[in-house]
Design a protein around this ligand. Structure first.
Ligand SMILES: Cc1ncc(COP(=O)(O)O)c(C=O)c1O
Length: 432
C-alpha cells in the first residue's frame, strides 16, 4: 500500500485520523462502502452535493461524451456551447430575474465572486463608498479570503490576518424559545433588525451588501425565525443594500422548492450555488445575479471594455457544464424537488423522535436538513467527534461540527433510508 503520510486532509485532525482512518472506497445510490467492504448509509448526500444519489449513470455518460467532444476551452474571450445551455437552464430554474450567471468552481469561489460583483455594481452606480458587508455570527461562506472575512466561525478566521476590512456580524438566529422546533421558529424575527442597527451606526452609504445563508448549514442548521428573511429584504430595500443569499447548501431542492428564496418567498439580488449543481460529480459553482445588476455594470463600461475583471481558468469548464446540464435535466424529469418536499415531513418527524435521548439538547430542521445538538462535555467537540466515529462504525456517514450532528439525506431518499439513519442514531447517541 502506498504511504499515507503525504495527503494533508482538509478540516480534519490529521494525526487522529491517521490512527483511525475512515476511508470510503465505493459509492452507489444512497450507500458507501469502506475498505473492509462494510456498507454505510450516506446521511449527508456526500457533503450536501450528491442529492440524486451516487454514481448516476446519466451524469457520468454526459461528462464522458463532453470530454470526447471538447475537453477544455479557454473561458476568457472564448466560450463553448454547454456554458450557454447551462446558464440558460439555471436562469430558468432560478426565481425572478436572477438570470445572469457567472460560473466558478466551488462555493468559496462563488461567495468571493458575489462580493466582488456587489462592489463592482455599487461602483458602477457611482456609489463606490459602499464597501462594507454585513453578515452573521455562525455563518459559513467558504474558505477564501472574502468568505473567511464573512465567517461567523472563530476557528475559520483565527490565524488568517485581518481579512476584508469593515465586515459587520449580526447575531445568529438561535433562540432559546425556539428549541426543538421543526421549521421556522415563532420567536426572533427582531434579530433581523441588527442590520438596521448597523445602518444607524455606520451609515447605509457604507454598506454594500448583506450576505446570509437562508438556513445556516455548516454551523448546525440554524433555521431563520418566521419573517426574518423578508424583514432583511425590507431593510435592504429601504437602504440601497444588496441582499445576497448563499444557497450553496439550500439550493436545488433541499428546502422543498428549487431555492430557499422560493421556499421563503424572498427574492435576493444575488444567489450563490455549488455542490448539488453537478450532483457532486465534478467541482462547479455559480453566481446568479439579477438582470439589472448586470446591466448597470455593463452600462458603466465603455463599449468594447471588459465589464468585470474576474474569472477562473476553469470557469464554465465544459465537462462540469455537461454534468450540470445532466443534473438539472434529472431534477426536471424526476420532479426531484417535489419528491423532496413530500419526504420532508416524514424525515423531520423521525428525526424529532430523537428528542427524548438525554444527550440531545436541541433539534432543528427544515426540508431535508436537520441539526442535532449534543450536550457538550468539558471539551467542546469531544462528544461530536465520538459520535462521528461510532456512527461510522455503525454504518452511517454524517457531518459533525463541534457537538452538532448534521443530516442532509439525498433528495431521492425513501422512507426506508430515513429509518436506517434514525435507527443508527437511536442506537448510538445514548452510548456517547
Ligand atoms: C453556505 C456555504 N457557502 C460556501 C461554502 C463553500 O463551498 P466550497 O466548500 O465548495 O468552497 C459552503 C460549503 O459548505 C457553504 O455551506
Amino acid at each position: 500500500m502506498p504511504s499515507r503520510d503525504h495527503y494533508w486532509l482538509p478540516f480534519t485532525p490529521n494525526r487522529s485520523f491517521a490512527k483511525q482512518p475512515q476511508i470510503l472506497v465505493r459509492a452507489e445510490g444512497l450507500r458507501y462502502w469502506n475498505e473492509q467492504g462494510d456498507e454505510l448509509l450516506d446521511g449527508c448526500s456526500g457533503l450536501f452535493c450528491s442529492v440524486l444519489g451516487h454514481g448516476r449513470p446519466e451524469i457520468g455518460e454526459a461528462m464522458a461524451a463532453q470530454y470526447r467532444q471538447l475537453d477544455f476551452s479557454p473561458p476568457f474571450r472564448f466560450a463553448q456551447p454547454a456554458a450557454f445551455e447551462l446558464a440558460a437552464d439555471l436562469a430558468q430554474a432560478l426565481p425572478g430575474d436572477l438570470d445572469r450567471i457567472f460560473f466558478v468552481n466551488s462555493g468559496s469561489e462563488a461567495v468571493d465572486t458575489a462580493l466582488k460583483i456587489a462592489l463592482r455594481y455599487h461602483h458602477a452606480r457611482g456609489d463606490g463608498e459602499r464597501q462594507r458587508f454585513v453578515t452573521r455570527d455562525r455563518g459559513y461562506h467558504g474558505v477564501n479570503f472574502g468568505g473567511v472575512s464573512l465567517s461567523g466561525m472563530a476557528n475559520n478566521r483565527e490565524f488568517f490576518g485581518p481579512g476584508l476590512p469593515g465586515v459587520l456580524h449580526k447575531r445568529n438566529t438561535l433562540v432559546e424559545a425556539n428549541r426543538f422546533t421543526a421549521g421556522e421558529g415563532e420567536h426572533g424575527v427582531e434579530l433581523a433588525d441588527d442590520l438596521l442597527g448597523f445602518v444607524e451606526a455606520h451609515g447605509a452609504e457604507s454598506i454594500a451588501a448583506c450576505v446570509v445563508e437562508p438556513i445556516a448549514g455548516s454551523t448546525g442548521i440554524l433555521v431563520p425565525p418566521r419573517g426574518y428573511l423578508s424583514r432583511l429584504r425590507e431593510i435592504c430595500d429601504e437602504h440601497g443594500i444588496l441582499l445576497i443569499f448563499d444557497e450553496v447548501i439550500t439550493g436545488f431542492g433541499r428546502t422543498g422548492k428549487a431555492f430557499a428564496a422560493d421556499t421563503f418567498g424572498v427574492l435576493p439580488d444575488i444567489i450563490t450555488v455549488a455542490k448539488a449543481l453537478t450532483n457532486g460529480a465534478i467541482p462547479m459553482g455559480a453566481v446568479a445575479v439579477r438582470r439589472g445588476i448586470y446591466e448597470t455594470i455593463a452600462k458603466s463600461t465603455p463599449e468594447g471594455g471588459i465589464e468585470f475583471f474576474h474569472g477562473y481558468t476553469y470557469s464554465a469548464h465544459p465537462v462540469a457544464c455537461a454534468a450540470g446540464l445532466a443534473t438539472l435535466k434529472i431534477f426536471r424529469e424526476e420532479s426531484t424537488f417535489e419528491r423532496a418536499a413530500e419526504l420532508a415531513p416524514y424525515f423531520l418527524e423521525r428525526v424529532f423522535e430523537l428528542e427524548d435521548i438525554p444527550q440531545v439538547v436541541d433539534i432543528r430542521g427544515f426540508g431535508l436538513l436537520a441539526g442535532i445538538d449534543l450536550d457538550p462535555t468539558e471539551v467542546m467537540g469531544e462528544r461530536g467527534s465520538k459520535a462521528l466515529e461510532r456512527l461510522f462504525a455503525s454504518g452511517l456517514v454524517i457531518r459533525v461540527t463541534n457537538d452538532t450532528l448534521i443530516l442532509a439525506p439525498a433528495l431521492v431518499s425513501d422512507r426506508e433510508h430515513i429509518d436506517g439513519i434514525v435507527d443508527r442514531l437511536r442506537a448510538t447517541l445514548p452510548t456517547l
